[in-house]
Design a protein around this ligand. Sequence first.
Ligand SMILES: [Zn+2]
Length: 286
Amino acid sequence: MRRFQNRHIIAMLVLLFFAPGCRVNPATGQKQLVVISEKQEIAIGRQAAGGLEKHFDGKVSNTQLQEYVRSVGGKVAKAADRKMPYEFTLLASDVPNAFALPGGKVYITAGLMKKMENERQLAAVLGHEIGHVCALHNVHAMQRQWGAKILLKLAQYALEGEYASAAQTATEYSTKFLNLRYSRKDEYQADELGIRYMSRAGYNPCGMIELMEILLKQGKGKEKGKESSFFELFQSHPLTRKRIEQVREHISLNYHQHLPPRPDPHADRYLKMRLLLTATLKGEKL
Ligand SMILES: [Zn+2]
């Protein structure tokens, strides 16, 4: 009887491991149940993109700025644990924010870019978002909050491109994404993955601490209730002193060769782009 039970358990485990949708997460090494395929994940992100871009005032029109964000993001993405069709876009909204869609579309707003001071801080934001994509946090958030059944249905629609034609449905579709929330654990993990990828790409990971210090200072002056629109990192898991200390400790334990940090050698390049951004938004030419 016992032998039968053992065999039964082993058979169940084998089944679980090889069942469709059970994948090893490339960033975390953990086995996870994922109800949609990678192809469906990419299709969902593409379907949601248009509506979300519109929500954040569309893309910044200057091609030099888009190219800059793309080149920094591209360097960090090359160092990521999951190969996806990553795309990086600068949106015109003045509300500081950054987010990633399932499948690898990553966005940062002009409002956030204007607050940062150097290139490694930009690499930190984009690295954090790439971390969410690598660890499939947004796929898990969809599964958890919408349920597997609805997610599979949306994935099917996305693959068939049904939402593309209906503008109203497209808006509803992208609004669903604005309400997705990551868990506290997801945020810590995205911080650590972001640090891993940015440092592989040659950026000093202390850029993550600098970024968080800037955002924490900004957030403190905000009125209560207004913070929900402030930066993706803040929405699901407030940027607390404790979180920054955790990042600081992670860097001192694993990246001590980067300490103490020297000034970012690419700060000038970043500040030039920031000036260009301000001028572009005002409709001026530099
Ligand atoms: Zn995040």
